[in-house]
Ligand binder design. Structure first.
Ligand SMILES: *Cc1c(COP(=O)(O)O)cnc(C)c1O
Length: 370
């Protein structure tokens, strides 16, 4: 049996005709940037998250950067970012002109260790960017308490957690603003690059609308810093077809994860799960084992696609390492990246596929390691 790591074609098959029509209608109309479909996506996605405003932008990275800029973060400021995340979380801070200050991860949730945030705060700290990694919300109650106490703004990086909840509330509704990526393989994915900022702050939404469009505040009047981070109409039309299916897809992901958890009990690998009062949407299903590399090779040999998210913590990426970081600085993040393995995870995974992957893992763990 072959089990791919993801299967986007299977996801799109039941709605293929609608997706084709949506794309075709944009091509026929000939309006390709912003416009009605983008407005619709902004309203629908903001409502989905339980917030007032949405502003569509070109990528998830742009969404984080513009949210930080609109909240007044810039040159000379420090921003708290988890050491274990996708590089874009930190890159957005760098792009905004500020300096990312990393905080170690929590071994059980893979998210930022909230007990280590306050030690990283200085008089230059302006913001926290918590990441809801792999689809599990960061522990937002303590994070918002720390932010309030130190007068910091919070921009959630919700790029991997569309629809996840914490205390029964959707992610995206906790921070001063939140950023989502619609990269094709995310839980809600476009047909290319796309992203959105959601916020309850009208001024922040209006500022981002101007920033994304060459700093334009009224037609032909460019008041703010000029960026081109506009969202393509085609991407919005594609996402408008997919959004109504998101909850059902997330439920399917949770079923796959529950099945994995059940089958992998006692197999020797550490399985992921819900934590605190949060609802995981399993953008990725990430296990941990000291035999990670051998297990990945064994799975590959047996037709199972896997990946590592991510093989390096951000502070050890050459770009950031060259800016004053070193090995040993964030031991938990460094341990995590040496042991994690992302297993196949997509809404259309069959029970047989999950069973096959679990059997292969169990067969591997029976072999004594060298
Ligand atoms: C995907 C992702 C981003 C960036 O999104 P792009 O749309 O690729 O720019 C940022 N943060 C995290 C955690 C992500 O997974």
């Amino acid at each position: 049996m072959n089990v791919p790591f993801v299967d986007l074609q299977a996801l799109h098959r039941p709605i293929q005709e609608e997706l084709n029509q949506a794309v075709l209608s944009i091509v026929q109309r000939g309006n390709f940037v912003l416009g009605h479909d983008v407005d619709h996506l902004e309203e629908a996605f903001a409502e989905y998250c339980g917030v007032s405003y949405g502003v569509g932008v070109g990528s998830g990275l742009a969404a984080i950067e513009l949210a930080l800029r609109a909240l007044g973060v810039g040159v000379g400021d420090e921003v708290i970012v988890p050491a274990h995340t996708f590089t874009a979380s930190a890159a957005a801070v760098t792009f905004a002109g500020a300096t990312p200050v990393f905080v170690d991860a929590d071994l059980d949730t893979f998210n930022i260790d909230v007990d280590k945030i306050e030690a990283a705060i200085t008089d230059r700290t302006k913001a926290i960017v918590p990441v809801h990694l792999y689809g599990l919300p960061a522990d937002m109650d303590p994070i918002m308490r720390i932010a309030e106490k130190h007068n910091l703004v919070v921009v959630e990086d919700a790029s991997q957690a569309h629809g996840a909840t914490y205390n029964g509330k959707r992610v995206g509704s906790f921070g001063h603003a939140a950023a989502f990526s619609f990269y094709p393989t995310k839980n809600l994915g476009a047909a290319g690059d796309a992203g959105i900022v959601v916020t309850n702050d009208e001024r922040v939404a209006e500022t981002i609308k101007a920033l994304r469009n060459c700093g334009q505040t009224e037609k032909n009047l460019h008041t703010m810093e000029p960026f081109n981070y506009r969202l393509d109409t085609l991407q919005a039309a594609f996402l408008n077809v997919k959004l109504p299916h998101l909850d059902q897809w997330n439920d399917a992901r949770r079923k796959v994860a529950a099945h994995y958890n059940e089958l992998l009990e006692g197999s020797g690998v550490v399985t992921p799960g819900d934590a605190y009062p949060a609802h995981h949407v399993y953008h990725l299903y990430v296990i941990r084992t000291p035999q990670r590399d051998a297990l990945a090779a064994h799975l590959k040999q047996n037709g199972v696609g896997t990946a590592i998210h991510y093989p390096l913590p951000v502070h050890l990426q050459p770009f950031y390492k060259a800016r004053g970081h070193e090995e040993g600085e964030f031991p938990v993040a460094e341990l995590i990246v040496s042991e994690i393995l992302s297993l196949p995870m997509f809404p259309d995974m069959t029970r047989e596929q999950v069973e096959y992957v679990a059997e292969q893992i169990k067969a591997f763990s029976l072999v004594p390691s060298a």
